[in-house]
Ligand binder design. Structure first.
Ligand SMILES: Cc1cc2nc3c(=O)[nH]c(=O)nc-3n(C[C@H](O)[C@H](O)[C@H](O)COP(=O)(O)OP(=O)(O)OC[C@H]3O[C@@H](n4cnc5c(N)ncnc54)[C@H](O)[C@@H]3O)c2cc1C
Length: 391
């Protein structure tokens, strides 16, 4: 049975996020894009409204919402501002390895504080010399008695400059590739040896904080290790499978915003003595935007539904993320095109959406990495429907 009807609580969550996007994010979007400041007050308000930390289980004081619920929220906020949404959602990314791989005590210790006051969590796999290749992590972890000692650098860490904890992936010394990957919760305050870099200047998502973390003999209690030391590669992959549908929804929201700006502009801008909306070339770009938005949303909802129903959604999450972000980029580009020269100026938000759209194809696994996941499945596990005919 297929049913796309949202529940009453999903509809009200979506409405709340939409109102927050319209009333609170849009008025300050350009300001934060220009200043690059971190919008604390906005996140404070989002926290109070119940738009942060959506997936923390109720058992630990959270809202206990699902991935699809998260998709509904971020589509609305990303339609208003993708950069603000990146930092808004980052808590869920940082918390997911704890939700998936943490013990009851770890969940109580690390998740509950997020339900009591505004705090930020980060997620760290990437390093200066490895991003796509998660098995290539070089940050070392050496277990010495009841402590784990960390050395290395983590690159591009969203909210790393404001986070209270980082779900950090490292490797046990003298191990190679997938073996040895270990996940540990690193507190950022009073942690000798942890240096937080300055915000990295970026093309877009400027309101989002992105830093490098340097770890020099950082000593963390072994109780902070998530799961078994050396066995956390699958945990990183499961985390991505749960968060990638949401990135698809980021792209849907951004694309919907760009499409709506483009439609409004096409209906008022004149060329050759008529509205440009009357030109078939413009109409077809708008039709493509709508087609891609609808298809991307279906894919992200399916991948999210699978995650919420405990199915292995690895491949569908990659399909959703790659499709939504690639076509999101195209939609943002076409929106600038419809605005003509004005689209290339900072006077119109399509220029900002165009810059912001690019990151979606890069973080949480590039579009190429998503295709690797899909192709690997197709060539090893996919069962042809007409198997007997082709074999
Ligand atoms: C603003 C921002 C925020 C980020 N936030 C976080 C965060 O919070 N936490 C975190 O851990 N990381 C974060 N990242 C890092 C992000 O996930 C990586 O940048 C991304 O995974 C790509 O890794 P890379 O930059 O090392 O590129 P590389 O892995 O060096 O890839 C470079 C190019 O080669 C391609 N490529 C690589 N391998 C293959 C292959 N086998 N086949 C085909 N093509 C390939 C890639 O698709 C890409 O086009 C963030 C990045 C940015 C820019």
């Amino acid at each position: 049975m297929i049913d796309f009807t949202l529940t009453e609580s999903q509809e009200s969550l979506q409405k709340k996020a939409r109102e927050f996007a319209i009333n609170d994010i849009i008025p300050v979007s350009r300001k934060y894009d220009e200043s690059g400041e971190f919008p604390y007050e906005l996140y404070e308000k989002a926290f109070k409204e119940g738009l942060l930390n959506l997936t923390i289980p109720q058992k630990y004081g959270g809202l206990g919402l699902g991935i699809l619920d998260s998709c509904l929220v971020v589509e609305e906020t990303a339609a208003a501002d993708p950069g603000i949404t990146t930092s808004l959602f980052c808590n869920s990314l940082g918390q997911e390895p704890i939700i998936l791989g943490g013990s009851h005590e770890q969940k109580e210790k690390f998740l509950r504080p997020f339900t009591e006051e505004l705090q930020f969590a980060s997620f760290a796999t990437s390093e200066p010399n490895t991003g796509s290749d998660v098995a290539g992590i070089a940050t070392t972890a050496n277990i010495e008695g009841d402590e784990i000692v960390l050395n290395g650098r983590k690159m591009w860490i969203t909210n790393g400059g404001v986070a209270s904890i980082v779900s950090l992936f490292c490797r046990l010394e003298n191990t190679k590739r997938h073996q040895g990957i270990t996940a540990v919760v690193v507190p950022t305050e009073n942690t000798p040896g942890l240096t937080i870099g300055k915000p990295i200047p970026k093309m877009g998502h400027k309101a989002s904080n992105t830093v490098m973390l340097r770890l020099e003999d950082v000593r963390i209690p072994v109780e902070n290790i998530l799961g078994e030391p050396g066995k956390a590669f699958p945990l990183a992959m499961q985390t991505f499978a749960h968060t990638r549908p949401t990135i698809g929804s980021f792209a849907c929201g951004m694309a919907r915003g760009a499409m709506e700006y483009a439609i409004a502009y096409a209906k008022r801008r004149k060329a050759f003595e008529t509205k440009i909306a009357n030109f078939q070339a413009i109409q077809f770009m708008i039709a493509d935007m709508k087609m891609h938005y609808e298809a991307a949303r279906l894919l992200t909802w399916k991948a999210a539904w699978e995650a919420d129903n405990n199915k292995d959604n690895t491949v569908s999450a990659s399909i959703a993320k790659a499709f939504a972000t690639d076509y999101g980029m195209k939609t943002a580009s076409d929106a600038v095109q419809i605005f003509g020269g004005y689209g290339y100026t900072t006077n119109y938000l399509v220029e900002k959406l165009f810059r912001d759209a690019k990151l979606y194809q890069i973080y949480e696994g590039t579009s190429q990495v998503q295709r690797m996941v899909i192709a690997r499945f197709m060539l090893s596990k996919y069962l042809p429907v007409f198997e007997k005919i082709y074999s």
